[in-house]
Design a protein around this ligand. Structure first.
Ligand code: GDP
Ligand code: MG
Length: 166
């Protein structure tokens, strides 16, 4: 099994941290500047029975100018060509306009979209469930997986779920 996985989400939700945890090397660019790179391979994880090729699509963020619009179009095309999309959110910050902008773009995406609720180490479990319910109302996610990219909680489970969709 082998597949392309796009990781999207607002700046600072933990995409690079997740990549570093999964790939185990400091290869993901740790820059906070969005839209500095085009679609590209962030890293490749090769397991005995599966290979995950992670793709970065920075253009999905809210465009600030015309080049931004163009980048959004490229990002949307990319998202339709991958095997799965990981939409990562920050559990501590919760729902906001930045996430809604991305979810609006996702309405045109045909690939399965997984909601990755990151930084669960920072939130009380009582707050996590209402947050998940809120996002469930906004988009028809394939599955919702809470993780801590920093501490590694549930990251193996996320990879197992992805593997079943390749
Ligand atoms: P990116 O912009 O989406 O690539 O976000 P980064 O991976 O650069 O992470 C932004 C900040 O959030 C960094 O300071 C990370 O250490 C922190 N961070 C990422 N994941 C977690 C997590 O699961 N728990 C906590 N507590 N912090 C995290
Ligand atoms: Mg990053």
């Amino acid at each position: 099994k082998s597949g392309f996985i796009a990781i999207i989400g607002r700046p600072n939700v933990g995409k690079s941290t997740f990549m570093n945890k999964v790939i185990g090397q400091k290869i993901a660019i740790m820059s906070d500047k969005p839209q500095t790179t085009r679609n590209k391979i962030q890293g490749v994880l090769t397991q005995s029975d599966a290979q995950f090729i992670f793709i970065d699509t920075p253009g999905i963020h809210k465009p600030k100018h015309r080049l931004g619009d163009f980048m959004v179009k490229i990002a949307e095309n990319t998202l339709n060509e991958v095997d799965a999309v990981l939409f990562m959110i920050n559990a501590e910050e919760g729902y906001g306009r930045g996430d809604q902008f991305i979810m609006d773009r996702l309405e045109r995406v045909k690939s399965p979209v997984f909601l990755v609720v990151n930084k669960i180490d920072l939130v009380h479990p009582d707050k996590l469930l209402p947050l998940i319910e809120l996002y469930k109302e906004k988009y028809d996610f394939e599955e919702i997986i809470p993780i801590s990219a920093l501490q590694g909680n549930n990251v193996t489970h996320l990879l197992e779920v992805l593997k079943n969709h390749l």
